[in-house]
Each structure stands twice: as structure tokens, then as C-alpha cells.
Write a protein that binds this ligand. Sequence first.
Ligand SMILES: NC(=O)c1ccc[n+]([C@@H]2O[C@H](COP(=O)([O-])OP(=O)(O)OC[C@H]3O[C@@H](n4cnc5c(N)ncnc54)[C@H](OP(=O)(O)O)[C@@H]3O)[C@@H](O)[C@H]2O)c1
Length: 337
Amino acid sequence: MEHAKWENVTYHAMVVSEEEGAFVRSVETLSVKDLPPGDVLIRVGFSSLNWKDCLSAMGNPGVTRRYPHTPGIDASGIVAACIDGGFQKGDKVIVTGYDLGMNTAGGFAEYIRVPAGWVVKLPDGLTRKEAMMLGTAGFTAGLSIKRLLDHGVAPGSGTVLVTGATGGVGSLAVGILKKLGFTVAAVSGRDERGEYLASIGVDQVVPLAEAVDSRGKALGGKLWAGVVDAVGGDVLETAIKNTVNRGVVTCCGNVRSDDLSFSIYPFILRGVSLCGIDSATCPMEERQFVWKQLADAWKPDILELVVESLNGLDELSIQIDRMVRGERTGRSIVHFP
Ligand SMILES: NC(=O)c1ccc[n+]([C@@H]2O[C@H](COP(=O)([O-])OP(=O)(O)OC[C@H]3O[C@@H](n4cnc5c(N)ncnc54)[C@H](OP(=O)(O)O)[C@@H]3O)[C@@H](O)[C@H]2O)c1
């Protein structure tokens, strides 16, 4: 067995444990034999922090049911060993989504072992570091923008609204849209983040108070040709009401709310489309397509502005707490040398 010779190799990982009802984080030394079975053993070079990792680290049972557990829904690295699935030792690869970091030991570790069906070959034009600067957030932004393009929203169609724009998905959606030549408006709940939004290319900042309709009307102004929403709730409702005829709205996140309560008039009087985005279960063909675009024509020019590099797993733990408190902008990556 090609994996057998690796079983006693040790590695560092963040481990979240449940202690008397509280969820505590530590950096521990584990063995490859502790990893779940899988086709491909990967030496992780980079991982990145996403909202779902915070939920896993805080003990959210909708994300992770079994502890102790290593979060990390993203990893890029080099294949150490492969028993099935067509990968060779030394191949540079990306794994995002599926069950990684949920109930399968995740990317906040120097090794992961996963089914071959979860693994994407790193496309030409992207480094392992850039793949994690994008990570699930960039991939989700890419999927959302693919939906807009597939439904006919083009740079000349009008302004695209991005919500949660100072966060990971939102910032990278702005970056991709600007790379493609779109005019972009962005919602932010914090005035002080206007400078950041301008630096990543946002053309118009919409204060959160204006992004929530309080008049209770079924339809609003025809403001947006498309919307990339990462927050949900009344912000998403208002964005849908303010979308032009035949406009397209994508919905991927619920940091504000998972509730929707509004009339169907935007759909039946304006032909607005609402598209759900689920990056974790995205089929492999579409997954490979989006990563290829992200390595090429869609690759945001603003990666360095959006992403900070963290110094190891201890610093990552500090960033998890900051993300939960809503104190961060952009994204964070961690490097395992
Ligand atoms: N469906 C999928 O496949 C998928 C994939 C990735 C992420 N997601 C989801 O997408 C969402 C965003 O993820 P992320 O990684 O970008 O998170 P993030 O980096 O924490 O960004 C979230 C952003 O939302 C805004 N926000 C926070 N609380 C808000 C509130 N109460 N009302 C309005 N805006 C608020 C914040 O911007 P301001 O404070 O500046 O307004 C923040 O920058 C999460 O719900 C995540 O689970 C889904």
C-alpha cells in the first residue's frame, strides 16, 4: 500500500476539542495514521480561513458533529501518495468544499487525506498560494459570477451590487467583476471601510441603512443588473426588489439572516432570477471550469490588497476569534513551509 509508509509520519494540526460544553483550540502533533481513509494523501502548503471554519471551531453542529476535529475547508498542496484516482506524487492540487473541514479532518493541518473525487489539479496560471488567496471564498464568488454571465448579465448591462463586500466572498467578487469590466456597487455596514472598498475598485458604496427597504413596497427602483449576495435576509430581499427586468441575483450566504419574506412580484413582473450557490457540492466539471477561469481571465488583480498572510496556526486561531467578532476585512491565509 502506497500510504502505509506514511502512517507514522507526524504533522502539526489545529485541533478543536469539546471540554465541558466549551470548544477549545490547540495546536497538536498528530500522525498520518490518525487521518481518515482516502485515495490521496496531500502535504498541505497553504490553507485559508472561511466563515464555515469559524462555525466548525465554535462547535456549530450544522457544520461539525464530531470532536476533536481539525477545521479547514480549503487546502492547496502537493500529492504525497495516491492509491487511486489518477494523481501522481508531486502533483500540485487544490481541495475545497465537499466534507473537508466539516466532518473530515481539514486543511488547518500539514496533511489531509481525501477521496480522489474531491481533488482538482492546480491549473496553469495559479500558484498554490494564489489558490488559497482565492480559496472557497474566491471559488464561490467565481460560481456566483458564472451564474450572472450564464444568464446574460454582461459588463454593459448595468451595475452589479455586491453585499458583504468587505468580507472574503464579497471582496473577491468585486475583484473578479472589475477584472471583467463591470461597474460595481457594494454594501457595507461600516463607514470606515469605504477606503478599503475604493482600494479594491468599488465604484459606489451603498450604506447598509440604504440597502434595507423600510417602505414595505413589493418593487423598488431598477438599480441592479445583477447582485452577488453573501448576507441574506432583508438585504437580499431589497436587492431583489431593486433588480432590473431580467436581472439576476445570486445568494450564497446568511451572515445577516437565513430568512426571506417578500412578495414574488420581482419574479413575475420583472422576470428577475434568483440563483442559489453551493460551492461545497459543485460538480467537478463546473469546479474545474471555474478554477481555470480564476487562474486566467477572472483572476482578480487585487489579491495582495485583500489577503493577509498569517504566521502559523496560533495566529490563525486569533483570526478565527476576530472573524467571529466581525473585526476583519478581506481574507487570511496560512502557510505550512
Ligand atoms: N454557499 C456557499 O457555497 C458559500 C461559500 C462561501 C461562503 N458562504 C457564506 O457566505 C457568507 C460570507 O462568507 P465570507 O467568508 O465572505 O465571510 P466574511 O469574510 O466574514 O464576510 C462577511 C461580510 O458580511 C458583512 N456582514 C456581516 N454581518 C452582517 C450583517 N449582520 N448585515 C449585513 N452585512 C453583514 C460584513 O461586511 P460589512 O460589515 O462591511 O458590511 C462582512 O465583511 C457566509 O454566510 C458564508 O457561510 C457560502
